[in-house]
Design a protein around this ligand. Structure first.
Ligand SMILES: NC(=O)c1ccc[n+]([C@@H]2O[C@H](COP(=O)([O-])OP(=O)(O)OC[C@H]3O[C@@H](n4cnc5c(N)ncnc54)[C@H](OP(=O)(O)O)[C@@H]3O)[C@@H](O)[C@H]2O)c1
Length: 326
């Protein structure tokens, strides 16, 4: 597994990382043993970057990672988030509450200082007031966090963050079904030494190519309870696409893909073909999926012709269906 540099932190992060929202049981129930197997598999595949949050499973994802880390001599990098729990969201932000939230994450992860703490989709007006970023800088000086970044919904928020001098990374949605960051953000991030962490690389699984129109998701899966934005931002689950439309679009796109390709790997390779991307946090709690996703890093880049076709498909057929803005 090759690594890339994560912005000005200098961290060397694996091209494919592991998204650990699944370890909080927010995509269906995951047993402890399965969670450990997922983490172990990722490490075996060369993954050294794990993304979690205080609110995933109410701390369960962090706890599972923390218990697992305890027995490792060489520790991988763990990025967590702050800003949606601990009475902070949407308007209860104070430096002390942010500090306490981060201290809780450090406790659950069993570390003294957090490798990377990301603001977690805080309201745009709160983010852009700059106050929270200022507190993160101060908490870095205090030694509670080694680096900080911001996970955002909109490209304008990411662009704003790129101008913040101490920021290590932005986390954005970027995939075959949401391509705008390629033109609007990636070069600015690279020019400003800001790392780009890509989430939802498979559009919540749509881009695995194995979902079908009658698929059922359990009640605790956000693909059920937030399918149309009922619980949080409508642009998040399924990339903001109405589910049936997403299925149709992926079927339509299939005709462009080389025969016998694994769609999930191709979708991940497409993202990695953008050199300004630092790491792609494909989410999974399943060992087979994690192995498969890690394999994308070893594939040859896609041809320029295929990149062109996939971009034209996106512009002509996909973009207008994304809800919640880009
Ligand atoms: N606001 C934020 O900061 C935020 C929001 C969302 C996500 N994230 C982070 O980003 C990570 C990735 O996003 P995500 O997990 O929401 O979306 P994703 O990576 O696009 O999709 C994950 C889902 O795709 C399916 N999948 C994964 N690999 C597969 C494979 N090889 N073959 C077939 N299916 C596969 C799995 O579905 P099944 O479970 O059905 O098998 C998995 O749960 C999360 O884990 C989390 O760490 C952050």
């Amino acid at each position: 597994m090759q690594t890339r540099t994560l912005g000005r932190s200098g961290y060397q992060v694996s091209e494919i990382g592991l998204g650990c929202w699944q370890l909080g049981n927010d995509f269906g129930e995951v047993e402890d043993a399965q969670a450990v197997q997922a983490l172990e598999t990722a490490l075996e595949m060369g993954i050294n970057f794990f993304d979690t949050a205080d609110v995933y499973g109410g701390g369960l994802s962090e706890e599972r990672i923390g218990r697992w880390l305890k027995n490792l001599s060489a520790k991988p990098l763990v990025a967590t988030k702050v800003g949606r729990g601990s009475g902070l969201f949407p308007d209860g932000y104070s430096k002390q509450k942010v500090r306490e939230s981060l201290q809780g994450s450090a406790r659950r992860l069993g570390v003294e200082a957090l490798d990377l703490a990301q603001l977690h989709c805080v309201p745009p007006e709160v983010l852009m007031s700059g106050e929270l970023l200022g507190w993160m800088e101060e908490l870095k000086q205090e030694g509670l966090i080694r680096a900080y970044g911001a996970s955002v919904e909109m490209l304008d928020e990411a662009l704003f963050c790129c101008d913040y001098p101490g920021l290590t990374s932005v986390q954005i949605i970027f995939n075959l079904l949401r391509q705008d960051a390629a033109d609007r953000l990636l070069q600015k991030a690279a020019d400003n030494q800001v790392g780009v962490i890509v989430r939802l690389p498979l559009a919540s699984g749509l881009l695995s190519g194995r979902m079908h129109k009658d698929q059922q998701f359990s009640d605790q899966d956000h693909r059920s309870y937030n399918r149309d934005g009922q619980a949080f931002h409508v642009g998040e689950t399924f990339n903001g696409l109405p589910y049936q439309k997403g299925i149709e679009l992926v079927e339509d796109m299939r005709s462009l893909l080389p025969k016998d390709t694994d769609m999930a790997q191709l979708a991940l390779r497409w993202i990695l073909d953008h050199p300004q991307v630092s790491t792609v946090i494909a989410g999974s709690a399943k060992a087979g999926q994690i192995r498969n996703n890690a394999g994308a890093a070893a594939l040859e880049p896609l041809t320029d012709r295929l990149h062109g076709q996939l971009n034209a498909f996106y512009v002509e057929k996909v973009r207008q269906h994304i809800r919640g803005g880009i």
